[in-house]
Write a protein that binds this ligand. Structure first.
Ligand SMILES: [Zn+2]
Length: 482
């Protein structure tokens, strides 16, 4: 699994004199929370450059270009974005001028950068969405050789989700539709032939629904407030601007005001409906627009009609996550909407909930390393492993190893430096395996959950059938390529 985040994605609205309450530190707060929950920072967190490097994307193919936008948006709109009309399109998208022609949440006098410079950041956001999709697809088991994960690929992008952008214009703080631009580029490159877009933001995914309408290779689901923007403004927008009426998503789930208790059951039946639409053919990719604005602590006034508790937000995400996981569908998640001081909490708690931190000891003595074989009746019976176990609440990996080695092998150990980690997705869930070097201080060997132990050289490690998550650690110890 991967998490994608980059300071380049920071919209820094205040730099342009735009006063929108999206807290710039949302991504940072999520990363800090999961680092605490997972007992340390993880190598699964990538930025745009390291993600593109890992995917082996050549320099000339990096970034989002005009042709990517043209696959999705009308030509006159794309032309406007690459001309002096860009600023007017941004003003419209961010609703910076009201009906009377007066600035709204906009103080150009406070701007330190030209508004047009925002376009580069927006294109970086689209690039992030595309990269998250590639990471999800290419980390799935069928994607390559080696000790791959057995669970489907998963990438969470701390950005993206510009689901209101429509064919001919930006709308609702979304200039272009990153979701559809990413899907269409992946299709043009032959990397996917079908996709689901599951939109959990409080506001209807109107732009995505419009752009995917009539395309049988893309199915959309949107669960959103039954009233409020953009639904309430439809007749107005239609009449005033001559805009096309809103298009329903393939699975459209309006949640009525006060309908919080029905939210999860409605979503569950909506997912079943989405699956039925695909006639049993699972998509190559699912994109989840994981807006945090249905959260009761969200500060955007227009989301006041939906007030999910933190627990329900996490339940919502886990429902979709487990649904996709059980069907072995790779998924790219976009943080999308979420406003105010507490908007980081739903994605942070969801991500913390899907990974189990586990510690393993590389016990060394006279150039040999200890491995132990899981006893019959235990999980992974018959496989060899580095001894260790799951962290208990509040435990450090070092404390966990001291406890586990005493319980399982009767050993008193001294834990040394961190060696390596492996985020490994089993079908049953993802673990973060943290391996530490260690040595035996004393104690009397006894076997509790193992049937046998062996001291082996680093090269002999790979001659044993190891627990899949331990293979990467063994390869590193043996100096073999991953
Ligand atoms: Zn929203």
């Amino acid at each position: 699994m991967f998490i994608l985040s980059d300071p380049l994605l920071d919209m820094r609205f205040s730099d342009y004199g735009i006063q929108i309450p999206i807290r710039d530190q949302r991504a940072q707060a999520v990363l800090e929370h999961i680092s605490r929950a997972w007992a340390g920072p993880s190598s699964c967190v990538l930025n745009l450059r390291t993600a593109a490097d890992l995917l082996g994307i050549p320099d000339e193919d990096r970034g989002i270009h005009r042709e990517d936008l043209e696959r999705v948006h009308d030509t006159p709109f794309v032309e406007a974005l690459f001309s002096e009309k860009l600023e007017a399109e941004l003003i419209k998208t961010y609703e910076l001028i009201d009906e009377r022609g007066q600035p709204r949440r906009y103080r150009p006098d406070l701007a330190v950068r030209p508004l047009s410079a925002l376009f580069d950041t927006i294109l970086n956001q689209v690039w992030g969405t595309y990269l998250a999709c590639r990471l999800a697809i290419e980390s799935s088991p069928s994607a390559g050789p080696g000790p791959t994960n057995t669970g489907p690929g998963f990438a969470y992008f701390l950005g993206g989700g510009m689901h209101h952008a429509r064919r001919d214009s930006g709308s609702g703080f979304c200039l272009v539709n990153d979701i559809m631009i990413a899907v269409k580029r992946l299709m043009a490159e032959g990397k996917v032939s079908s996709a689901w877009i599951i939109d959990l933001d409080a506001h209807k995914g109107d732009g995505t629904a419009e752009l995917a309408a009539g395309d049988t290779s893309i199915h959309t689901l949107s669960i959103h407030m039954a009233s409020g923007w953009p639904l309430d403004e439809e007749s107005l927008t239609h009449a005033v601007a001559g805009r096309a009426p809103l298009v329903p998503s393939d699975v459209e789930i309006p949640v009525p005001s006060g309908g919080e208790a029905s939210y999860v059951p409605l979503l569950r039946s909506g997912l079943a409906e989405l699956e039925a639409l695909s006639h049993g053919r699972k998509p190559d990719l699912a994109i989840v627009v994981d807006g945090a604005d249905p959260y009761e602590k969200d500060e955007l006034p227009s989301t006041a009609d939906l007030k999910l508790s933190l627990k329900t937000c996490v339940e919502r995400d886990r429902l979709v996550y487990d649904f996709l996981r059980e069907r072995h569908i790779p998924s790219a998640w976009l943080m999308a909407g979420g406003y105010g001081e507490r908007a980081w909490e739903p994605p942070a708690h969801f991500l913390a909930s899907i990974v189990t931190p586990v510690a393993a000891a590389i016990l060394e003595q006279d150039g040999k390393i200890l491995i132990a074989r899981r006893a019959p009746g235990q999980k992974q019976a018959g496989l060899w492993e580095f001894p260790g176990g799951k962290l208990e609440a509040g435990e450090t990996p070092e404390q966990c190893l001291e406890r586990e080695l005493a319980e399982e092998l009767g050993l008193k150990i001294k834990v040394g430096p961190f060696f390596a980690e492996n985020l490994y997705s089993y079908r049953s869930g993802t673990i973060r395996l943290m391996a530490y070097r260690a040595r035996v201080l004393g104690g009397q060997f006894r076997l509790a959950v193992h049937s046998e132990i062996r001291w082996v050289s680093p090269l002999e490690l790979l001659q044993h059938e190891l627990s899949p998550a331990d293979v990467k650690i063994a390869r590193l110890l043996a100096g073999e390529p991953l």
